[in-house]
Design a protein around this ligand. Structure first.
Ligand SMILES: [Fe+2]
Ligand SMILES: [Fe+2]
Length: 172
C-alpha cells in the first residue's frame, strides 16, 4: 500500500528535502550557465540562487548527520520516498531543456521550483513533531517563499517594462 507523506520518518523527509535542494541547485546552475552570456543580471541571479540552495542542502545534511547518526545523505532519492513526495514534482533536472529556454520559461521554471520547495517544507513543518526540525522546516519554507517572491517581482517588472515598450494601440 502506498504510504502517505505523514508516514515518512523525519530522516526520510530530510532525505527528500535534500533531494529537492540538490535538484533546485542543478536547475539554477544550468540556468546561470545558459544566461551568463546573453543576460548577465539574470545569469547572476540564478547563480546566487544556486549558491543559496547549496547552502540549504549542506545545512540539511549537517542536521541529518547530527540528529540521525548512521544516516548518510543519499545521492539519489529512494524510490519509496520519491513515490510519497511525488506531489512536489521531483523531476530530474536532465528532463528540462536548457538550450533555447526563453527568459519567461526560465523564470517560470524557477518560480515552480521554489513553489515546490516551499510547499514541501510547509507540509513537512506540519508533520514533524520534533521542535528543532519543525523550526528548520518553517525557516526553509520562509526562505523559499522569499526566493519565489524574487521571481514573481522579476516577472512583474519585466511585464511592466514590456508594456511601456509596446506600441500604443491605434487611436479612434
Ligand atoms: Fe532551498
Ligand atoms: Fe530556493
Amino acid at each position: 500500500m502506498k504510504r502517505g507523506f505523514a508516514e515518512l520518518t523525519p530522516a526520510e523527509a530530510l532525505q527528500a528535502a535534500i533531494s529537492i535542494e540538490r535538484r533546485n541547485t542543478e536547475i539554477y546552475q544550468n540556468l546561470a550557465q545558459t544566461f551568463a552570456s546573453y543576460d548577465r543580471s539574470l545569469g547572476e541571479l540564478f547563480g546566487s540562487m544556486a549558491e543559496e540552495e547549496v547552502n540549504h542542502r549542506l545545512a540539511l545534511e549537517d542536521y541529518l548527520r547530527q540528529q540521525f547518526p548512521g544516516e548518510q545523505p543519499s545521492q539519489r532519492l529512494d524510490p519509496g520516498i520519491r513515490e510519497v513526495v511525488e506531489a512536489p514534482d521531483l523531476e530530474e533536472p536532465e528532463v528540462f531543456i536548457f538550450d533555447n529556454v526563453t527568459v519567461d520559461q526560465a523564470i517560470d521554471m524557477a518560480e515552480r521550483a521554489e513553489t515546490e520547495a516551499c510547499d514541501f517544507y510547509q507540509a513537512m513543518a506540519r508533520q514533524v513533531t520534533d521542535a528543532g526540525l519543525k523550526r528548520l522546516c518553517q525557516h526553509m519554507a520562509e526562505v523559499e517563499a522569499e526566493h519565489r517572491g524574487t521571481f514573481v517581482r522579476w516577472k512583474q517588472s519585466r511585464a511592466s517594462a514590456q508594456d511601456l515598450q509596446a506600441p500604443k494601440g491605434g487611436s479612434l
